[in-house]
Design a protein around this ligand. Sequence first.
Ligand SMILES: Nc1ncnc2c1ncn2[C@@H]1O[C@H](COP(=O)(O)OP(=O)(O)OP(=O)(O)O)[C@@H](O)[C@H]1O
Length: 296
Amino acid sequence: MTLTIDNLSKRYGSTVALDGVSFEVRPGELFGFVGSNGAGKTTTMRIALGVLAADSGEVRLDGKPVDLEVRRTIGYMPEERGLYPKMKVGNQLTYLAQLHGLSKRDATAAMQRWTERLGIAERIGDTVDSLSLGNQQRVQLAAALIHDPAVLVLDEPFSGLDPVAVDVMSEVLVEKANTGVPVIFSSHQLDLVQRLCKRVGIIVHGRMRVVGEVDELRASGSAHLVVHAPDAPVGWADGLPGVSDAEYLDGRTTLAVEPGADDQQILKTALSTGPVHEFSLEQPSLTDLFREVVAA
Ligand SMILES: Nc1ncnc2c1ncn2[C@@H]1O[C@H](COP(=O)(O)OP(=O)(O)OP(=O)(O)O)[C@@H](O)[C@H]1O
């Protein structure tokens, strides 16, 4: 299945929340949806699920507009979470699965399988509000997965999780994507997005500013050369071709280099000052790219 977000626009009064947002999430892909607070991620995902109407634009699943029937095939984890606090975990998950059309028996089996997989099997007799926030989030993920969805849309699934829970969540999302399901999740944890996602989209003030493969985006951004040349005088790299910025600290120089810069020329210049103990090219991280895109 391919999830297509096509030219969505949405206003809240005078606030333009989305302004022509388009991108697609392909089969078997983990797509990272990133952007500053208020950039429009939740609005986009709520429209994708059909719980909020766009002013214009369309969301399609394999070319078919998302209607009530298509919507049942989407697994959604809302940012505001949506569990019944006083209901027991097991009953709640079984109930939600039945709402999605599973028989009582299949719903119970799915509840048992997912609570096992997410490490909350021993809590199925407890009410949701008696669980820690991280465990409530695992229940919320189980709720999104319980009907074996054809698409997963997750609003900040990793926020507030401890490192072990982050690992469990990551594994499950990767596993799900590996079965061919398109998975989109929003997150402010860009190191995690960089590690998990093949493609990302960066939204700024309701507009998609960048969509592409993480590796390609990183390779096209300005890289840094770290040079440890203890005898080199401050300013040794200033003005070298392809060097757009240089920071000098205790014999260590960090150079911002433009794509295609001649690093061998820079190395020769460094060696002409004395020994060079380190010379390494560091690609920009997704966080670096994000800062660049947001600042531009
Ligand atoms: N119900 C609403 N009424 C009025 N304005 C809203 C409403 N929901 C969202 N907005 C506004 O729409 C814009 C986009 O909000 P949205 O929640 O989609 O951003 P977000 O990227 O999910 O942010 P965050 O990372 O903080 O969750 C913001 O300016 C927000 O204030």
